[in-house]
Design a protein around this ligand. Structure first.
Ligand code: AMP
Length: 281
């Protein structure tokens, strides 16, 4: 497994391979790798000649400096995990290689995809994500890039990004990987207290129940039902539960069988913010 930390060196190496017809699959990550990340790598290995994982905690997508500082950084363990799944190349740049001094996030027009849910609660977050993903694509030249449905809004925004930037990358969405008790795997889970970790599967359980109920309720009634469930929970605090169309992430007043809908949730377990979602129709 090759490890590059310098942008130019990684770019030169990959450009050389691409000239020989090698196909590149990229999985962008912020590290603290878990089985969810490894499932994306597995899929990429089946579909590409060379699998590249980037590990970079991207400062421009954090609107809260405390969250950025506390984001887990476990590079040695990450590299060992990547070796064990036979990843081919890891890119671990320093911030000053990806950004010039005082550089801010580029502003994109994501057609409103970034104005709802995570975008409404995390100011400028998706411009930061778009900025770094565009740079990673320029550097690592992937044919295919893999993103988890765990961050479904991000997945749709990256799809939009490639239509804006016209970068020739196929965006592939991968299913949510969960712990056996249903909690969506996340790098943030390792920061949960014992008590909050025990409570957290309630999030997925509530989404599963909401999926069942979706057949017989309006979206508004279902949203209210979820709000009530969390109002009655002793130590999980709901930030939002929103039902939206998969395609444009717009909220809806009725379900119909012609479109796909998802329920999206963000919950605080103490000061750890957890997100999840579920296909409802
Ligand atoms: P992150 O390191 O959190 O930025 O995640 C890197 C990529 O892994 C993103 O595309 C995430 O959506 C994806 N990912 C994170 N957790 C999961 C999970 N539990 N299941 C599937 N994909 C995931």
């Amino acid at each position: 497994m090759k490890v590059f930390s310098v942008k130019e060196l990684a770019n030169n190496y990959i450009a050389g391979l691409k000239n020989n017809g090698t196909t590149i699959g990229l999985i962008p990550t912020m590290g603290a790798l878990h089985q969810g990340h490894l499932s994306l790598i597995q899929q990429a290995k089946e579909e590409n000649d060379l699998v590249v994982v980037s590990i970079f905690v991207n400062p421009t997508q954090f609107n809260n400096s405390d969250d950025l500082d506390k984001y887990p950084r476990t590079l040695e363990e990450d590299l060992a995990k990547l070796e064990s799944v036979h990843c081919d190349l890891v890119f671990t740049p320093e911030a000053n290689d990806m950004y010039s001094e005082n550089e801010k996030a580029e502003i994109f027009n994501f057609d409103g995809l970034d104005q709802v849910m995570e975008g409404a609660f995390r100011d400028n977050h998706f411009n930061g994500v778009g900025t770094i993903v565009k740079k990673l694509f320029e550097t690592l030249l992937p044919d295919n890039a893999y993103f988890g449905e765990k961050d479904f809004q991000q997945l749709q925004i990256i799809r939009k990004l490639t239509t804006i930037t016209k970068q020739p990358v196929k965006i592939i969405g991968c299913p949510i990987h969960r712990d056996p008790d249903g909690l969506a795997m996340s790098s943030r889970n390792m920061r949960l207290t014992k008590e909050h970790r025990k409570a957290a599967p309630f999030i997925h359980q509530t989404l599963l129940a909401a999926k069942e109920m979706a057949k017989n309720t309006t979206p508004k009634q279902l949203e209210n039902w979820v709000v009530d469930k969390f109002n009655n929970h002793p130590n999980l605090v709901l930030e939002y539960f929103s039902i939206a169309k998969e395609e444009d992430l717009k909220s809806i007043s009725t379900f119909n069988n012609h479109s796909k809908y998802r329920g999206f949730i963000a919950v605080f377990a103490g000061d750890i913010r957890l997100i999840d979602n579920i296909a409802l129709y």
